[in-house]
Structure formats: C-alpha cells, structure tokens
Design a protein around this ligand. Structure first.
Ligand code: PEP
Ligand code: MG
Length: 752
C-alpha cells in the first residue's frame, strides 16, 4: 500500500495543473483501492460549497454541477465535521442527498474523507462500491493518508483562482496566498518568472561529429554570457554596493580565461558535445579551487559553477532575444537571486515574491534596500503557468493575490494611494525630535544591511546605526569576502555615519540565514550551529571580520561591536578575547584602533535571564525580538505551518522583554531593541512603556515610529504596557494597541 501511496502522491505533485492533479487522484485511487467509483470535491475558493471536480465512475457530465454546502449531503457533512464517514449503504443515511445526474443510484458502499489544510476543509475524497459493505480499516487508513498528503496541494488550489478557473466564486479578494512578510509596501503588478538556471550535473553525455559546429556554438555562448553580464552589471550601477556588483566582474574575468576555453574546446575536439565538455571542464576547474587550503579561495569554486550554469543556459536554450519586462514587474520564483533582480531594468521592478525564505533571506533584504515590497515563504507550489498573470503583493501582511478580482484591485489601489499620502505627511517629521508629549527623548537607530541603506537613510534624523547586519554583504555574494573587501565595506558604513555610533554585529549566519557557499546540514538549524557559536568555532572566518571592523574604525572611533546569539557567559568572554587578539595584531602591525564598546544581543532566553552576569562582560545590550520571540514561543519564525503562532505580541514575550529591559537598567547598561517589534507602531508603544531608550529599525519605519513617539506620553505608554502584560493572548494585545493608535490620532498607522 505504501508504494502505491507514494506513487500517487508523486504523480499528483508532478501534475501540470489542478484538473490534471484531480484526474490523477481519482483514477489512481480507484484502481489502488479496487473501488467502483472515486470522486473528489473541492471547495470553490471562498464559497462555502464543495464542487464535484473529477470522478472516475460517476457520470462525467455531473462534474462542475454537483455542489454541496458544508453540512449538506454526506459530502458536506464530512467537510463540516472533518471526520471520515464509512457507510455500507449511503442511501440509508439520513443526510443522503440524491443527485440523479451522477448515476450513483447503483452504488451502496460509501467512504468519504475530508482533505484538511490549516484547519479548513478544502475538499472531500469519496470512494464508492456497488456492493453493500463497509470499507475495511486499512482501506479507510489508505484514503485518510491520501487525503492528508494531498492537503497542501489542494489547499493552495482551493484558495488559488489561477488553477481552479472553472469554479465561480463570490466577489472579494480571492486567489489569496498567505506567506511571510519580506519587505514592507504594497504593489499591483505583473508576474515574471525568472528563467531557471540550468543544472550542470543534469547534462547527459553525448558524442558529436560536428566538432567545428559545437565549438562555434560554445564560443557564441561565451560571448553572449559576457554581454549579458556586462549589461546586468551596468543596470545595477548605483543600485547595489560595489562589492556586490564586483561579482559580475569576477564572472566576466573567469569567462575570458584561456584555461576554461581551451579545456572545453579540447573536449569538443575529442568528440564530446559542448554541454558535456563544459560540465567536465567546470568540474575540473572547481575542484582545483576546492583543494586550496585557504577557505576564501575554496569558496571561489562556487563562482566557477555559477558561471558554468550561465553558459549552459545559453547553450541549451539558444535564447538570444533579450527578455522584455513589463513596467510593473513582480519577480516570482523559488528564490529570486541577485542576478535575476539585476536583469530587470531600473524602475520596472515593483515587487519580489519567493516560495522559500523569510524576512531575513538575502532576497528580502535586497528588496528592503531597493525599497520594494516582498513576500516570502509561500511554500512549495507549481507556479510555472503564472508568467504574465496579474498579482497584488502585500509586503506588510505577507500576502499575495494572484489573478485578483476587480474588487481586490480597487481595494489595494486605495492602499497604494493611502501610502503615498502617508509618506507625504511623514516627511514633515524629518527635522523634529523623537520625544514624547511629556518630553522623554527616545533614540532612533537605523538597521543597515547593505550599503544602499545608507542613501535611503539620509535626512531621516537618526541618532545612530543600532544594528549593522554584517552577514548581508556575505549573503549578497557567492563567495566569502576577503578581509580587505570587508574592510572597504565597513569603512564606508562607519564613514557615512561618523561621528554617530555604528553598532556592527558580527556574522550571524546559520539557522535561517545560510550562505550558499558554506552549506551546513542540520536537523534543527535554529538550535544549531549559528551566530556566535559558529564564528567562535571558525577563527579563520571570525578573526578577519573583527580585524576588518577594527581597521575600518581607525581614526573614526565610532565602532561598537555586537555579538549575536549569545547564550552563555563563556561565549561573550571568548568573543571579547577574539576582539583583543585581533586588536593586538593590528597594533603590532601599526594600525591604531581604539577598543570598541562590546555588546551582546539578547535573543536567546538564557541570555535574557542572565543580564546581571552578562553585564560584567559587556558595555551594552541589544534585544533581538525576532529571535527572542521564536525561542520563547518555540515557534520557528520562518515556518509557514506555524506562522500564525509566531506572535511577538504574546503577553509572555512582552513580560519577558520587560524583565530584560528592567534588569539592564538596574545594571547600568544601555539597552536598545533592534528586532522588528521596534518598527511596529503598536509594539513601539509597549517599548516606550518599558522605558527602552533606543529603538532601531529599517529606514522605512523611522518616521512612522517617530510619529508614534511624538503622539503619546510616556505615562500613557506605561498604562498601555501594564494592560498588555495582564492580557491572555497576542490577538487581544494587538486589538488594544490598534485602539490606542486610533485614540492617539494615528489611525493611518493601523493599516500598515
Ligand atoms: C532579532 O533576532 O531580532 C534580530 C534583530 O536579528 P536577526 O533578525 O538578524 O536575527
Ligand atoms: Mg536574531
């Protein structure tokens, strides 16, 4: 049975569209169970009706015509109760509804199971038998398992209009897919599926007897790839940092190397077709780099493979025409790489949607930097048919609407308009101080990820850089940056803000922030080798970074170093020692750099409960509410299955946070909050109530939060905090904060 089950699920997952998937289900399940009928009913988007969408055994003319509301007929009953029904003779059941057009009168035995996705019945799977008999336990188990395995596929289909086009639904925003917020903002645009990169390993061996022709084809592919890369690099001019754009230069350089060219040409002349000759030459080349002792040189192997994939794409697809992008392009893909973003002409990219990833994925950070909305983590689904379809991207709520109805488009046009008005209004706050109505000043810090954030931050009136996420320049590359390159990046950041302090966090990779060129496979990555744990174990990565930061601060003296994921006192001690060692080396080399203030992120519960002990080893604290909430609630912040449980407004999180702020204050250590809570207008009221002296956030949130601060008194914020800490759930806290924002005249901030 298990083998049959796996076969069915595999076939369904490979289906071209919903209808194909449903046909596969009914034929395969009927045959596997040796039943006389198998039918599937699918919930028609937002209508409460279950529609017969495919059948093997009933009259095919009934498809699309038989529909039942929840509770209506046996199918509706199964959907409403979310329990299987197994009957020897369906007609005897009091709920039975007879539909003559199905021709089902000759069937008696009836088994129906619900298909449940995120607590909703998205469909019902039915098998029928002529004989009057109950289905056996193992048959029920089989159908239940099939239903469970298909839930995610059908769940999307039932919600998505695109692949269920024949089922009419009511008006209202439909085709909704819930993902995770990536970058804030709302856009209405056109889906563009970036062309997939070809896989070298998938190339088959093949002989050629037209070597000259193959060679010419290969040389043309090289030329085209070089041209394409130059065009991409030009398009990124001014949009990304120099070090990120340098990737393109490296690629162009590699492409021009004789070894690569000659290696491929020699193989072609020996009788191989060009793709296999390329595959073997690239593998040989990459191996040479991998054998190096130096991790940075080793990491160059990934550059070689990336370039190989690009040439292969040219070779196998013969694409010569430059792709035309609509003026409102929304890139949709599994992951949308930097190179794909660079392909879109400036001003035409309106949004990014990824099936994988989260707000901390490098794609989301790119979107932040480019100031366009992004939605991440929609989950695995087949999107190949969606090129050119209209889409609404709601980066605030992490939602997209594919093929939206006019009503949804109208509603979102109003949101876009409202955003424009709000920005104009907020611009008036630029030069005003962030202080409450009872004169309490609150520092505003900026979260910086890429160099582009620096330009966006001009004139926002920030007090400091509260968090520089140093992993992002690493993530935007395809190999480790060397010390000198890191130095140049950090120097630009420190210089841009001097004399204001800049808090640079050391590399926080691992967990949900993997580096493609430094893969780690772990059962439970969030609890694994990440942040400070990883860097302490890898001095070859850690020390060059610390040296680069310290060198960059020479003469500016505005650097503060922050360590991520501190959970134990020993970690902070070891991290401090590493700073001392790096600084000692630099002093010996004649580089004068002042000892920087050292801080610990408070984002692991053990750190939260050890503030007094940690205080003896640090100069300041920075609370990372994103991770803190995930670890306190035991909810993976990037897992769509439990996304609704991830709530930084949970009163337990608020109480814990309050304790940490209070402890830090008692220990005389400055503390700031740099997680997303600081950028949330409602949550900011709570942080004001806790007396947090510094809130750090991305540039897009600064003026909104300044508006909140200026609209309330610190006394009022304390009262709101006390109420929140006594509440029973995050939803109640959110509702109360929304009311409070409205009361303070900040209604417009409730939406965003
Ligand atoms: C946090 O965890 O709140 C934080 C600021 O760090 P990051 O989101 O980069 O993990
Ligand atoms: Mg964190």
């Amino acid at each position: 049975m298990l083998a049959k089950l796996q076969q069915i699920v595999q076939r369904v997952n490979a289906a071209a569209d919903l209808q194909d998937a449903l046909e596969i289900i009914v034929h395969r399940v009927k045959s596997a169970m040796e039943a006389d009928v198998c039918s599937v009913y699918v919930r028609a988007r937002d209508t409460a009706q279950y529609v017969l969408m495919a059948t093997d055994g009933l009259n095919p003319g009934a498809v699309g015509k038989i529909r039942m509301a929840p509770g209506e007929g046996i199918v509706g009953l199964v959907a409403a109760r979310q329990e299987p029904v197994n009957l020897a003779d369906a007609a005897e059941h009091p709920g039975y509804r007879h539909f003559p057009e199905t021709g089902e009168q000759r069937f008696s035995g009836f088994l129906a199971v619900p298909i449940v996705h995120f607590r909703q019945s998205v469909g019902v799977l039915v098998v029928q038998q002529e004989t009057k008999r109950m289905f056996a336990e193992d048959e029920v188990a089989f159908l239940v398992t099939i239903g469970a395995q298909l839930a995610a596929t059908l769940g999307f289909a039932a919600l998505g209009r695109v692949i269920a086009p024949d089922v009419p639904g009511p008006s209202g925003p439909i085709g909704l897919i819930q993902g995770l917020p990536g970058a804030p903002g709302v856009t209405i645009g056109t889906i563009v599926l970036p062309s997939p990169l070809a896989e070298l390993d998938a190339v088959a061996d093949r002989a050629t007897d037209g070597a000259a022709q193959e060679e010419a084809r290969f040389r043309r592919a090289i030329r085209e790839t070089q041209q394409e890369l130059r065009a991409s690099a030009d398009r990124m001019e001014g949009r990304l940092s120099d070090e990120t754009r340098a990737i393109f230069d490296v690629y162009i350089l590699i492409l021009g190397q004789d070894d690569l060219l000659e290696g491929v040409v020699a193989r072609i002349r020996r009788g191989s077709w060009a793709p296999a000759a390329l595959r073997d030459t690239i593998a040989e080349y990459a191996r040479m780099f991998e054998e190096s002792e130096d991790p940075y040189v080793r990491a160059r192997a990934e550059d070689i493979r990336a370039i190989g994939r690009r040439i292969l794409l040219r070779l196998v697809s013969d694409v010569t025409a430059v792709r035309q992008y609509p003026s409102d392009t929304v890139l949709l893909g599994d992951e949308v790489s930097l190179a794909r973003v660079a392909d879109v002409p400036p001003g035409q990219l309106r949004g990014i949607v990824c099936l994988r990833g989260s707000v901390v994925s490098h794609t989301a950070v790119l979107a932040h930097g480019l100031g366009i909305p992004a939605v991440m983590g929609l989950g695995p689904r087949n999107v190949t048919a969606l090129d050119g379809h209209p889409i609404i991207v709601d980066g605030y709520r992490g939602r997209v609407f594919i093929d939206p109805l006019p009503a949804a488009v109208r509603a979102y046009r109003r949101v876009v308009q409202h955003e424009g008005q709000l920005s104009a209004r907020l611009a008036g706050l630029r030069d005003l101080e962030a202080k409450t109505s009872d004169d309490v000043h609150v520092g505003l810090g900026l979260n910086v990820s890429l160099l582009t954030d620096i330009d966006v931050a001009a004139n926002l009136g920030i007090d400091e850089v509260g968090l520089y996420r140093s992993e992002f320049p690493f993530m935007a590359r395809e190999t480790f940056p060397m010390e000198q390159e890191q130095y140049e990046t950090y120097r630009k950041v420190l210089q841009a803000f001097a004399p204001k302090p800049v808090t640079m966090r050391t590399l926080d990779i691992g967990g949900d922030k993997p580096l493609s060129y430094f893969p780690t496979t772990e059962e439970n990555p969030s609890l694994g080798w990440r942040g400070i744990r990883l860097t302490l174990d890898r001095p070859d990565i850690f020390l060059p970074q610390l040296r680069a930061m310290l060198r960059a601060s020479a003469g500016l003296n505005n650097l503060r170093i922050l360590f991520p994921m501190i959970g134990q006192i020993d970690e902070i001690k070891a991290a401090r020692r590493a700073v001392d060692r790096a600084r000692g080396e630099l002093l010996e080399e004649g580089c004068e750099c002042a000892p920087p203030p050292i801080g610990a992120m408070v984002e692991v519960p053990s750190a939260l409960l050890s503030i007094p002990a940690l205080s003896r080893h640090v100069d300041f604290f920075s609370v990372g509410t994103n991770d803190l909430a995930q670890y306190l609630l035991a909810v993976d912040r990037n897992n769509p299955n439990v996304a609704r449980l991830y709530d930084p407004l949970d009163p337990a999180v608020i109480r814990a946070l309050y304790g940490a702020i209070r402890d830090a204050r008692r220990c005389g250590r400055p503390v700031s909050v740099c997680g997303e809570m600081a950028a949330d207008p409602g949550a900011a009221i709570l942080l004001l109530g806790m007396g947090v002296p510094m809130l750090s956030m991305s540039a897009s949130a600064i003026l909104r939060i300044k508006w909140v601060i200026r609209s309330l008194s610190s006394q009022r914020a304390k009262q709101v905090l006390n109420r929140a800490m006594r509440m029973e759930g995050g939803d109640a806290v959110r509702a109360m904060l929304d009311e409070e924002l409205k009361r303070a005249g900040l209604r417009e901030l409730v939406l965003t």
